[in-house]
Design a protein. Structure first.
Length: 260
């Protein structure tokens, strides 16, 4: 009798867990005033240093700026959340501003992104340009044809699509191409190691499964993390905003937990 009662309760408990996840409030990750809650890591500089005021807050907007740089010199940077996350929806708006650094690679033009499941900034090498992570890529129109935003890039990582391992560095989304000076709303829904969904202006543009470290080191080395005991399958990590030689603005950065 006790067993049958427990069985009857299972659907109710599952519904309560789902409702609990859905009821989590939206939390502001960026307070609109300063970089509290975030840690910068720029290649060639120690973790926590913000060289040339690369990441700054002006008029309630979190900005990536290069007006203090004489040259880029491969100083790729990321601004990490102090906390790591596993199951959540992240939303924000971005827009590009100004010109890329002239000594940076051409691919960085009107190019930025937000990284999920990123390694801790403290674990990165001094001159490591990118964290092992899954990148929700931001792109804008260069006047050379379609250039969809919302792709996934895989520094130090792989993913699965329909049960098949994908090792190419970029998987394109179905999003349109946007002008550089337009605010674009993005959303990434993350279910631990199970599935990740990209949305642009409220429309789904890409989904993939099983984010994982790349033991073959195709883009950046991931084996140091694996050798240190990190699991192959990525189920959680930090969120990081990218500074990739192109000035870019971010605002309304919010997270809704999907944890039960």
């Amino acid at each position: 009798m006790i067993f049958r009662s427990a069985v009857r309760l299972l659907p109710v408990l599952a519904a309560l867990a789902t409702a609990s996840a859905a009821d989590h409030p939206w939390v502001k990750l960026f307070n609109g005033k300063d970089l509290d809650g975030w840690t910068p890591k720029v290649s060639g500089h120690k973790c926590g240093e913000n060289p040339f005021n690369t990441f700054r807050v002006e008029d309630g907007i979190l900005k990536v700026s290069y007006d203090g740089y004489s040259k880029f010199d491969e100083q790729y940077g990321h601004l990490f959340t102090n906390l790591a996350y596993s199951r959540y929806i992240l939303r924000m708006e971005y827009r590009f501003e100004g010109k890329m650094m002239t000594d940076a690679p051409n691919y960085t033009n009107l190019n930025s992104g937000v990284m999920i499941h990123a390694q801790p900034p403290q674990s990165m090498g001094l001159r490591q340009g990118f964290p092992a992570s899954m990148e929700f890529q931001f792109l804008a129109d260069e006047g050379k044809g379609p250039r969809p935003t919302g792709n996934v890039c895989t520094p130090g990582t792989n993913l699965e699509l329909d049960g098949k391992l994908v090792t190419q560095h970029i998987v394109e989304s179905s999003a349109p191409t946007f002008p550089a000076d337009e605010w674009v709303k993005i959303e990434v829904e993350v279910h631990g190691n199970e599935e990740v969904i990209h949305r642009v202006n409220g429309k789904e543009v890409l989904r993939y499964q099983r984010p994982q470290l790349d033991p073959q080191n195709r883009v950046i080395p991931a084996t140091p993390l694996l050798d240190a005991g990190a699991p192959l399958q990525l189920a959680y990590g930090h969120i990081a905003l990218q500074a990739e030689a192109q000035p870019v603005w971010f605002r309304n950065i919010e997270l809704k937990s999907l944890e039960p």
